[in-house]
Design a protein around this ligand. Sequence first.
Ligand SMILES: Cc1cc2nc3c(=O)[nH]c(=O)nc-3n(C[C@H](O)[C@H](O)[C@H](O)COP(=O)(O)OP(=O)(O)OC[C@H]3O[C@@H](n4cnc5c(N)ncnc54)[C@H](O)[C@@H]3O)c2cc1C
Length: 680
Amino acid sequence: MAAKSSILTQSGQVRRAIVVGGGLGGLMTVIKLCEAGVPVDLLSLVPVKRSHSVCAQGGINASVNVKGEGDSPYTHFYETVKGGDFLANQPPCKGMADAAPGIVFMLDRMGVPFNRTPEGNLDFRRFGGTLFHRTAFAGATTGQQLLYALDEQVRRYETLDVEDERGVTVPGEKMVRKFEFWDLAGLVLDDGGVCRGVVAQDLKNGEMRAFRGDAVCLATGGPGLVFGRSTNSIINTGAAAAIAYKQGAIYANGEFIQVHPTAIPAADKLRLISESVRGEGGRVWVPRDRNDRRHGRDIPESERYYFLEERYPRYRNLVPRDIASREIFRTVIHEGYSAEGEQAAYLDVTHLCKTAAGKSAVRKKLEGVLEIYEKFAGADPYENPMKIFPAVHYSMGGLWVDFEKGADGSLKPGSARNQATSIPGLYATGESDYQYHGANRLGANSLLSCIYGGMVTGPAMATWRESQSKSAFDLSSSLFETEHKRRVDEYAALGKRTGADFPVNPYQLHEKLGEMMLQKVTVERHNTELDGVLASLQDMKADWKKAAALDPGAKGTINQPTVFLRHLDGMLALAELITKGAREREECRGAHYKPALDPELHPDDPAAVGRDDARWLKTTLATFNGEGPTLSYEGVDVSLEPLARRDYGKVAAATKPAATTHPSDVAGATPSPNTPDGVS
Ligand SMILES: Cc1cc2nc3c(=O)[nH]c(=O)nc-3n(C[C@H](O)[C@H](O)[C@H](O)COP(=O)(O)OP(=O)(O)OC[C@H]3O[C@@H](n4cnc5c(N)ncnc54)[C@H](O)[C@@H]3O)c2cc1C
């Protein structure tokens, strides 16, 4: 227990760290802090077990190579940076890929019910951007199983007494104190700009409280709600990261928003149909005849256009997500194909379910996902091709975090720099940081980066905490009282927004924001439209100042619209940095795509900038200037793998696959890709 020497302050208070967020990233950070002997306050907007990680379906990547395909952690690392279009710093990615097999074995020992092969080995399925079976999974509820496993570990620490350096129990103090239904309202920064704690609000009764912390971590997930409709939970506003950004933390690569290729089209929430469906053999297609309005199941094989398979014969339906989404978008929106006349393509598993054995094998591996389709689309996916369309899903961007490179080119274990934001004492991990996925995340790499990030963040915070000559618990209470009052006053002022001076409905304002971002800042980006969005955002920020609390609520209760106003402020701030980052980045890279600059679309146009690594192999850094973002750029650490062409073997129709050059592109795995084992 490394931190025992400084468990108490001179005045006898327990020196705690703070973790905001109880998803996989936050829980792993808590576990590692406790292992290092650091007591933790864990705050979460929702009950920890309802954190958005619970929704993850498909799996978690680790190159365990049980199928003897020649996969390795190095190949996983390489494919991660290639999938991310070379924009990720390579040392953290290497650390993550190296740690992945150990992480899956650890989760297995914790009791995660991973699927197994008939021989009893862990089973692995295919996911996008690789030809290897690399994704461990627990049916179609992997995120839930992982979250519950880590939650159990944290609960153990909730019952464990804090002991001082002599091993004497500190009365009434447990290693973890959990605060569920608490919403971050602000960071407490001292005169030197060091983070010394947080102010948060209890959403059960409105109480605002200042928490002291000798290191603080935000593990608050992604900002999908900025786009209105997405595959994310409705609490994923990104407001906590926005609060940190507005208080001085740098936000990196905000423009890289992942649009997942396969979600159920809908007017409200967009429900994901996991990549695991394609990993198990699902095929994407549209009717070859653009005017074909027949039901998908009535269209014969010869009249189906399997456009991903034809265009990418090696990776077929499992090209990386940015590519798959763009191809679906292009095929449906620009080329005019449809599914029963609707703006959608088909994702089909019916060919796998023709026999009872095949159907049962599909059910065993995908039931959780397919029942979502049945429930929300009202059609049985075992019998009917599913109608899907791309949907906002994940943010590669997030709070900028540092790293220290170790001797092996990966991360230096325990360095206080790892996962540290630009605010000293403040750390970030999970989807709310930007570190591991560059310009495009590979499927099943997020659960991994959350857990690996937590494993790195906990020790980093413990080291930082040890290095501090003065504890937050020894500082004058006036700092905390001032910040507490600031947030109480802010909330009270928001709550007073009623009457004619506040004619704007915040929920309608959010709807307008989401619709605009969804239409103009997702799969395809055009500068003229981005300029329009930036102008509209100025109007919306002005409108936010006129947005009403709707119902001020009674004393001692919480008023949801007032809390929503706080989150909406954060969403507007993030929308602006996302759009500005997109406007400034004059290239196509990963999920950020401008048709005007696509050399494929403009082969003979010298004005098309195409790809300029010398200029754009850079991380976008957004700093809040009091009004909006100021952008600057930072080089990417490409010390381990030289840049290569991001080639997934696209071919023009009726030509052969292009030759590939990197060893990982030709290693072991057989091309034919998304035919599943045992369910042919
Ligand atoms: C439908 C779906 C399926 C997915 N499937 C996969 C998959 O199969 N494999 C994969 O690798 N990835 C998958 N992902 C992505 C992955 O699930 C997420 O990126 C990941 O779980 C995020 O974990 P996290 O710990 O960063 O945040 P979360 O799990 O989102 O947790 C965030 C935490 O922060 C708290 N919080 C948020 N805001 C505040 C605030 N203002 N104040 C206080 N607390 C706050 C919340 O209460 C919560 O506890 C999927 C995503 C979706 C949407």
